[in-house]
Write a protein that binds this ligand. Structure first.
Ligand code: TGC
Ligand code: FAD
Length: 394
């Protein structure tokens, strides 16, 4: 629905703003204003059409959402990890698909090029990715290897100054319009490497995946490689093995732990307002204990999630956050947001299923967010392994 008024106020029950710097708040607020002005009026239309609006790319770059923590010498914003988290929070407050585009660009495309790439690769790709002139995607998941990416079949063989890449990736965010793909594939010794594949390379196609009832404002596709020649200079030289893509996931999962708070805050904010306006049996429904229980629990869970994300951000800034800690925050905060979306939907009654409110859209989006970047169960097993030292995956 176009021109819907966005009345979002922000949720800060514990005065967490006092723990943020002026710069962090300023950047968070400018992301919030951009979402209010450029996203909220158009998001329901984009969702119905099942299309990411390319018009958003420049705005995302302008608010620093592409590579917030990438050094300025490569075109990034050079910000700290908490600011990165706050930007993801504001984007996902607008829509999870919007945050997805920024997560993928920053943590799954720019991060591996920055961390594992050569200096030439950094200079060639990072400034264009930061400005939005170039959009990237990340190909790890395959039709038969989702939670278990180590089993991937995609492979490449040496052919002199280039390699020949074969295989298929699916469920790839931004694939249909990406200019480059960071693709994970095995060499002839079964070792996983990252390759930068450019649109236009022979035998490389990106069919769109249709029929999603979730994350509809984000374009999802396949990556198909049919004897695709990739120059050797496009292989990321500085890290190989499954730990390389998993390292990128740590960064993206961290951003999602903040993003989910944004979706939850939007649902709570809307439910709180509605509960005070909607009258049944001659009283606002917010005056009934059953509705207050929902609202009180929502704000409690949001506050806990905010503290978890903030502490994780501090650890990230110190370079001390572990995979287990990141998994805990991603798992907890996404499940929290999904629970809140479901409860908020009930507070809105029938209106909650319409696109007059953002609730149902958030709820449907969060069904993807709880699955991608490691499912809810996978993250539980990561935490379980971390605390027991015993692997329950295999
Ligand atoms: P495992 O044997 O445990 O580990 C293999 C190697 O990787 C190292 N490692 C890590 N390194 C860096 N960061 C991490 N988080 C790491 N976790 C593990 C590990 O030390 C080992 O190194 P080495 O040197 O000994 O070889 O691997 P496994 O095969 O048992 O699998 C473990 C498991 C299941 C936890 C992992 O594979 C996993 O996380 N699965 C979930 C897959 C997933 O999250 N896919 C996401 C695809 S991308 C996406 O969804 C984008 S959504 C778009 C958006 O964000 O909007
Ligand atoms: P499966 O791995 O088949 O899991 C099915 C079920 O089995 C899950 O409940 C899971 O928790 C459970 N399970 C699996 N293993 C175990 C075990 N050992 N013990 C107990 N339970 C287990 N991938 C990319 O590479 N790039 C992207 O950009 C990307 N974008 C995405 C966008 C969307 C909208 C979606 C929905 C997915 C995207 N993905 C992307 C893929 C995503 O990462 C995978 O869907 C996810 O990792 C899970 O894999 P799967 O769907 O194959 O589920």
């Amino acid at each position: 629905m176009a021109n819907k008024e966005d009345k979002f106020q922000g949720v800060d029950y514990y005065g967490i703003d006092d723990l943020l710097t002026e710069e962090q708040k300023l950047i968070r607020d400018s992301a919030r204003q951009w979402v209010k002005k450029e996203v909220s009026p158009y998001i329901e239309g984009a969702y119905e059409e099942a299309k990411f609006r390319k018009e958003w790319i420049k705005g995302l770059a302008d608010i620093g959402a592409f590579g917030p923590y990438i050094p300025t010498e490569y075109g990034g914003a050079g910000l700290d990890q908490i600011t990165y988290g706050l930007i993801m929070q504001e984007l996902e407050r607008g829509d999870s698909g919007l945050r997805s585009t920024a997560s993928v660009q920053s943590s799954l495309v720019m991060y591996p090029i920055w961390k594992y790439g050569s200096e030439e690769q950094r200079q060639k790709y990072l400034p264009k990715l930061a400005s939005g002139e170039m959009i990237g995607c990340f190909g790890l998941t395959e039709p038969d290897y989702g939670s278990n990416p180590g089993g991937m079949m995609s492979n490449f063989k040496d052919a002199g100054d280039h390699v020949i890449l074969n295989g298929a990736k699916m469920w790839i965010s931004n694939a249909p319009f990406a200019d480059i793909a960071v693709v994970w594939a095995k060499d002839e010794n079964d070792r996983i490497h990252g390759l930068i594949v450019e649109r236009g390379m022979d035998g490389f196609t990106t069919p769109t995946m249709r029929g999603k009832w979730s994350l509809r404002a984000s374009d999802t596709g396949e990556l198909v490689f049919d004897n695709t020649p990739v120059p050797k200079e496009n292989i990321l030289p500085n890290k190989s093995g499954l730990g390389a893509p998993l390292g990128c996931l740590d960064s993206a999962r961290y951003g999602i732990s903040w993003g989910a708070i944004g979706a939850a805050m939007d649902c709570y904010d809307s439910a709180l307002r509605y509960s005070k306006e909607r009258v049944q049996f001659d009283r606002p429904i917010g005056g009934y204990q059953l509705q207050q229980k929902k609202l009180a629990e929502m704000v409690t869970e949001i506050t806990k999630a905010q503290l978890l994300a903030l502490r994780l951000g501090q650890l990230k800034n110190e370079g001390a956050a572990t995979t287990g800690q990141i998994s805990m925050a991603k798992r907890n905060n996404v499940a929290m947001a999904l629970d809140i979306a479901r409860e908020a939907r009930q507070i809105h009654g029938a209106m909650g299923i319409t696109n007059e409110y953002s609730i149902m859209r958030h709820m449907m989006n969060l069904e993807s967010v709880i699955t991608y970047e490691g499912t809810h169960d996978v993250h539980l097993l990561i935490t379980g392994m971390d605390v027991t030292g015993l692997n329950a995956f295999k």
